[in-house]
Design a protein around this ligand. Structure first.
Ligand SMILES: Nc1ncnc2c1ncn2[C@@H]1O[C@H](COP(=O)(O)OP(=O)(O)OP(=O)(O)O)[C@@H](O)[C@H]1O
Ligand SMILES: [Mg+2]
Length: 255
């Protein structure tokens, strides 16, 4: 397995954001993590990428134990991500935002990269890779525009381009379809298939069920920090605990 999570837990003070979560994703899979708001999905991504350490359990990626590694070390192993709340450098151009991704994914890594001087040869290579990534996500025409002038949907694509610029083994996407119109969502689905066909493994956190059901080979469902189900899209839509987690509470609301 490319990514294996074993009995993972995370507490913030008294809040158990995650508890006893185990699952794995194989190389080349498109995996999805779903669950109601506050279920612990983003926290799980934060643990995987070394934003903060787990309170318990282990994470293995490419047969390496990630516990104790820094975000920079983990990203160097080939794990890239995007953020639920976009984290772009709004005062930089679209191209520069991708170029920064070639150096590292963490906020400090990004900042360090932004300030770092690189050799001209290295710079040229980074520019070429970054332009390729912009082309892949359909943003080539905006390369020199300030990042904050992009419409929201294209900012999401820019974050994906930046993550891809690291040539990751696995890319974690936190709600990539949120706020996209149907045309943009369609483009995103195609893009995720392309990313996978080029060899990367994809894990997405997503509330848009249509997108999840279409893309995912395997879905892990979290609720109140615990895994309540795991399976194919068909298995998940028929799972009683999942139906209860998503619908049970709504049904009890007054009409
Ligand atoms: N840095 C933090 N400090 C304290 N509590 C946190 C922190 N990050 C997450 N939490 C808490 O952990 C729980 C899970 O939050 P998380 O953001 O992981 O949920 P989520 O599944 O991503 O939700 P959403 O679908 O709304 O994005 C929540 O109760 C949240 O308040
Ligand atoms: Mg979240």
């Amino acid at each position: 397995m490319l990514l294996e999570v074993n009995n993972l837990g995370k507490s913030f003070g008294g809040v158990k954001a995650l508890q006893g979560v185990s699952f794995s994703f194989a190389q080349g899979q498109i995996g999805a993590l779903i669950g109601p708001n506050g279920a612990g999905k983003t926290t799980l991504f934060n643990l995987l990428t070394g934003v903060f350490p787990p309170s318990s359990g282990e994470i293995h990626f490419r047969k390496r134990l990630l516990n104790g590694m820094s975000a920079v070390q983990i990203s160097a192993l080939g794990m890239a991500r995007t953020f639920q709340n976009l984290q772009l450098f709004t005062n930089m151009s679209v191209l520069e935002n991708v170029m920064v991704g070639c150096h590292g994914q963490t906020k400090t890594g990004l900042l360090g990269a932004a300030l770092r001087l690189t050799s001209r040869k290295e710079e040229k290579h980074i520019r070429k890779t970054s332009l390729e990534m912009l082309d892949k996500v359909g943003l080539m025409d905006y390369a020199d525009s300030p990042a904050d002038t992009l419409p929201f949907g294209q900012k999401r694509l820019l974050e994906i381009a930046r993550a891809l610029a690291m040539r990751p083994e696995i890319i974690l996407l936190d709600e990539p379809a949120a706020g996209l119109n149907p045309t943009e969502s369609r483009f995103l689905v195609d893009l995720i298939y392309r990313i996978r066909s080029e060899g990367a493994t994809v894990v997405l956190v997503e509330h848009d069920m249509e997108t999840v059901m279409e893309l995912a080979d395997k879905i892990v469902v979290l609720d109140f920090g615990e895994k309540i189900a795991e399976g194919t899209p068909v298995e998940i839509t028929r799972n009683d605990r999942v139906i209860e987690a998503y619908l049970g509470r709504e049904v009890q609301q007054p009409a």
